[in-house]
Design a protein. Structure first.
Length: 100
């Protein structure tokens, strides 16, 4: 049972900012980052319960190669995955579940 996904604005801007940062370091690296993020999201779409619940119904999918987590919530009734954040693992963990 495949779920759809939606990015919150915060997650969209984090993804874009990170993509720009990596592209500025090395051409093509931002694209590789984006591919790995969407691989993780595809895994989440296929089975949103694959990653354990961490806090307040939030789950965390680890992005392969890059030090990022996809923070998300599952809205079971709507068959929807809400992407809350594309979170760098070295950031302050207290900010992990903030929506703004």
């Amino acid at each position: 049972m495949k779920f759809e996904f939606i990015f919150l604005e915060k997650a969209k801007s984090e993804l874009l900012e990170t993509w720009i940062w990596y592209e500025e370091r090395q051409e093509g690296l931002g694209e590789r980052f984006k591919e790995k993020v969407f691989e993780c999201i595809n895994n989440i779409e296929q089975n949103p319960y694959r990653y354990p619940e961490r806090k307040k119904n939030y789950r965390e999918g680890l992005v392969d190669i890059f030090p990022y987590l996809i923070i998300y919530r599952v809205l079971k009734r709507r068959k929807l995955v809400l992407i809350v954040s594309v979170f760098h693992t070295k950031r302050n963990y207290k900010l992990k579940y903030k929506r703004k």
